[in-house]
Design a protein around this ligand. Structure first.
Ligand code: P1T
Length: 380
């Protein structure tokens, strides 16, 4: 079946007990057993909950994987994936990650004996140089948050596997509608479901998806052992959100292209980071590896003052962290999402004080452009 059919039907079958067309929210902590060891497949809701189980089945299918595990947040999903490793292990990570991921790696997991080398994963030779005898994992975002740099997933998967490493891809920015890393060779896909999968800015969650049954067993164990699970109501919101994932992503993509093109032609905008623009250094890779370019972009206003003016002047775009909702959000990575990245590292990556990020929503594109136009008129 096609992607939209899967999104609407897999895990979303009518409730066998009542015929309810919508998956019920099983707001329960435990399940009564008939006798010792005899139950209906559910014992305790940390271990497994029917609403969450439905979502996990759905998201596994959408990512082209066999197993999915839903967590309380994107960070909880990433944290649980990192618990697959042990003290002494080394991870090669992309140099431009969501600030919270970098913070987890540097300020938490280092204390548990994991070590990290950050490299420009768009250059395979840099990744190869970073590999050490105790390296176990390559962890990337593509496109990256917020400078929209790409990594060739198929190529880096081959390299990782040649060295006996796992490849994990944070697919939050694209959603499985636009990019399916498992099909390109990745071993683990993670998402902040808070973003496009939920799509309506009304819940925080995360997921990890894998194909390998052994990896799945270990993640299932860690999900239960650590307990950072997604609650049933939040799982239900994502089940509702994914039904419109395909149509939303098509509109995010169309609007993203329109806004990027408008910004690229604006005399006061110094640079636009959007993989759909022919000027993007990896535009060809984007066309090959993604089904569209999505709704995320960032652009350079030239100074902190200019960025502040834009953020203050927009009326339709809302100044807020997060992304992937139907409404357009605008933000300042240097002081918001990437504040935990050291300033010199930020500068090196192009996360300047003048950089503004937009999560282009699915409003009418001409209204978004008009809003940005009146805001940009106020800058130098
Ligand atoms: O916020 P949470 O659901 O825990 O997800 C963390 C996360 C993981 N991966 C990527 C690529 C992300 O962008 C995020 C969260 N990002 C934002 C809140 C943001 O505004 O960029």
């Amino acid at each position: 079946m096609g992607f939209s059919t899967d999104a609407i039907h897999i895990g979303q079958e009518p409730d066998p007990a009542t015929g309810a067309i919508i998956v019920p929210i099983y707001q329960t902590s435990t399940f009564v057993q008939e006798e010792l060891g005899k139950h209906k497949g559910f014992e305790y809701a940390r271990t497994s909950n029917p609403t969450r189980a439905r979502l996990e089945r759905n998201l596994a299918a959408l990512e082209g994987g066999r197993f999915a595990f839903a967590f309380a947040s994107g960070m909880a999903a990433i944290q649980t994936v990192m618990m697959l490793f042990k003290s002494g292990d080394h991870i090669v990570a992309g140099h431009n990650l969501y600030g919270g991921t970098f913070r987890l790696f540097e300020r938490v997991l280092r204390h548990f004996g994991l070590s990290f080398t950050y490299s420009n994963t768009s250059r395979l030779e840099e990744v190869e140089r970073a590999i050490q005898p105790r390296t176990r994992l390559v962890f990337i975002e593509t496109p990256t948050n917020p400078v929209m740099e790409l990594t060739d997933i198929a190529a880096i998967a081959r390299l990782a596997h040649q060295h006996g490493l796992l490849l994990a891809v944070d697919n939050t920015f694209m959603s499985p509608y636009l990019q399916r890393p498992l099909e390109l060779g990745a071993d683990i896909v993670v998402h902040s479901t808070t973003k496009y999968l939920n799509g309506h800015s009304d819940g925080v969650g995360g997921v990890a998806v894998v194909n390998d049954p052994e990896l799945a067993d270990r993640l299932k164990f860690l999900q239960n052992a650590g307990g950072a699970i997604l609650g049933p109501f939040d799982a239900w919101l994502v089940l509702r959100g994914v039904k419109t994932l395909a149509v939303r992503m098509r509109q995010h993509d169309e609007n993203g292209r329109a806004v990027a093109q408008y910004l690229a032609g604006h005399p006061k905008v110094k640079r636009v980071n959007y993989p759909g623009l022919p000027s993007h250094p990896q535009h060809e890779l984007a066309k090959r590896q993604m089904r569209g370019f999505g709704g995320m972009l960032s652009f350079e206003t030239g100074s902190l003052e200019n960025a502040k003016t834009v953020l203050k002047s927009v009326r339709l775009c809302s100044l807020a962290e997060s992304l992937g909702g139907v409404e357009t959000l605008i933000s300042h990575p240097a002081t918001m999402t990437h504040a935990s990245v050291p300033p010199e590292e930020r500068r090196r990556l192009g996360i300047t004080e003048g950089l503004v990020r937009i999560s282009v929503g699915i409003e009418d594109a001409e209204d978004l452009i008009a809003d940005l136009d009146q805001a940009l008129e106020r800058i130098d």
